[in-house]
Design a protein around this ligand. Sequence first.
Ligand code: ZN
Length: 95
Amino acid sequence: MFILQSQATIERAISKAKAMHPRVHVKTFGEYEVSGSKGNTYTVRCERRCNNLKTVDCTCEAGQRGNPCYHAAVAAAQHSYLAAQVDPLVALRYE
Ligand SMILES: [Zn+2]
């Protein structure tokens, strides 16, 4: 799990995501399945904790060590997009 403080936190992961073109499947708002490089799938959870920090949790090895991975980067991008689309109130909670 890592804390998404700014876009800079995941800048390198975003670059990698652009090269890898992972597939994102929305399970529910805040929970995403992202394809890995070996045809596997990782689960990424995006949530806002009560201490008001945006956290991203990925089940891959890097994610478990607290490193921003590209799965987390695409999931976070998807999450922000959905937050803006689905419900303005939900968006406000996550922004
Ligand atoms: Zn990951």
